[in-house]
Design a protein around this ligand. Structure first.
Ligand code: SF4
Length: 97
């Protein structure tokens, strides 16, 4: 996977595709749902909390990023779309794989 760590305030993905994920560690309660649906996008730390702040996710993993964000009961993950594209609605909470 080729995610790119990005600096806060850098509001566009590198190539204008994919999505940017912004995590809110203060909200994360360590449920692990995000990782369950998209382990390639959402790494967890040793305590089971989301271990990222801001990340570019390539287009091929954008849907799983949305699934993982939608599965978070704490709404601790925000998706930022490239080029001002509208953010997709939260999906219905998916059934665990
Ligand atoms: S689903 Fe939400 S609360 Fe659970 S680990 Fe992921 S970010 Fe944290």
């Amino acid at each position: 996977m080729s995610e790119r760590e990005v600096a806060p305030g850098d509001d566009a993905t590198a190539d204008g595709t994919g999505v940017r994920v912004r995590a809110h560690p203060g909200l994360c309660q360590g449920w692990g749902n995000c990782h369950q649906f998209a382990p390639e996008v959402y790494p967890l730390d040793a305590d089971g909390h989301l271990d990222l702040h801001l990340l570019d996710v390539p287009d091929e993993h954008a849907y799983s990023a949305l699934l993982g964000a939608s599965a978070c009961p704490e709404r601790a993950i925000t998706l930022i779309m490239p080029n001002g594209a509208p953010r997709p609605p939260r999906l219905r909470p998916p059934v665990a794989p």
